[in-house]
Design a protein around this ligand. Structure first.
Ligand code: HEC
Length: 226
């Protein structure tokens, strides 16, 4: 079954398309695009849409409403993303150690992430990469375009105990470390080919602690090993 009905609500035109008992409502938001909803039954929607217009074909509705739209079935692009929660963080010693830091990727791109980390010419880390130098700080690669100013890195300051992890602060450009230093500003100083990774010699201001202190903080991660 393929029918449609329409009504004017606050300058939006609602067209409902009934296919085999499912109702797909597309709302052409002028200048913006289409937002589509799917609801399970048709009766309530026909009531909600009113009966001021007789049902018409979807083709003529689209043609009337927006002559520039070619189809109501606008394709949707889905980006991968990694939105971390407390329990997603683990003891850093359960991650893969590369150079002086620990790396993981929760979206299946670990090999690619390690290859970038080990490449002397640098590169861009894949979405879903988690990098930690110490248990209390992490940077996580979000979806493309999440925050261009930080190359889509989200920075975290974490509380870690034997019970696990609590995210203390998170964000792109505002997160600071225990010394009050802004993560993004420091890491943005890395030469561009290194994608915000500082290491010892990528151009960042050095940390106020030496490699020996970093090693003992790494070894003292209080969280249980999985
Ligand atoms: C004073 C500048 C500075 C600040 C502020 C800073 N970092 Fe770093 N970070 C560094 C340097 C330098 C290194 C490399 C240290 C080393 O390898 O010995 C580093 C290393 C790291 C690493 C390992 C990968 C790498 O870049 O070498 C991560 C992950 C990291 N920092 C996250 C953070 C997070 C998260 C914050 C904020 C909570 C933060 N950093 C704040 C300078 C800074």
């Amino acid at each position: 079954m393929l029918t449609s009905t329409r009504s004017r609500v606050h300058e939006l035109t609602i067209a409902s398309l009934v296919i085999d008992g499912w109702v797909v409502i597309t709302i052409p938001l002028r200048q913006i695009g289409f937002v589509a909803f799917v609801v399970a039954t048709s009766a309530a929607v026909f009531v909600a849409c009113g009966d001021d217009d007789a049902p018409r074909s979807i083709a003529s509705t689209v043609a009337d409403d927006d002559a520039t739209s070619s189809s109501a079935a606008t394709p949707t692009t889905v980006f991968e993303d990694l939105d971390m929660t407390d329990d997603d963080f683990v003891n850093i010693n359960a991650m893969t150690k590369v150079k002086g830091y620990f790396i993981d990727n929760r979206l299946g791109h670990l090999d690619e992430a390690i290859a970038v980390a080990e490449n002397p010419d640098g590169g861009t880390f894949p979405v879903g990469t988690i990098i930690q130098l110490v248990p209390q700080e992490a940077m996580v690669k979000r979806s493309p375009g999440w925050n261009p100013a930080t190359n889509d890195w989200e920075f975290f300051f974490l509380d870690v105990t034997a019970d696990g992890t609590t995210i203390a602060t998170r964000g792109a450009e505002d997160t600071v470390n225990r010394f009050g230093g802004n993560c993004a500003s420091c890491h943005a100083a890395a030469e561009p080919q290194y994608d915000f990774i500082c290491e010892d010699d990528h151009g960042c201001e050095p940390l106020p602690i030496g490699d020996d202190v970093i090693a003992s903080i790494q070894a003292a991660d209080p969280r249980p090993m999985p």
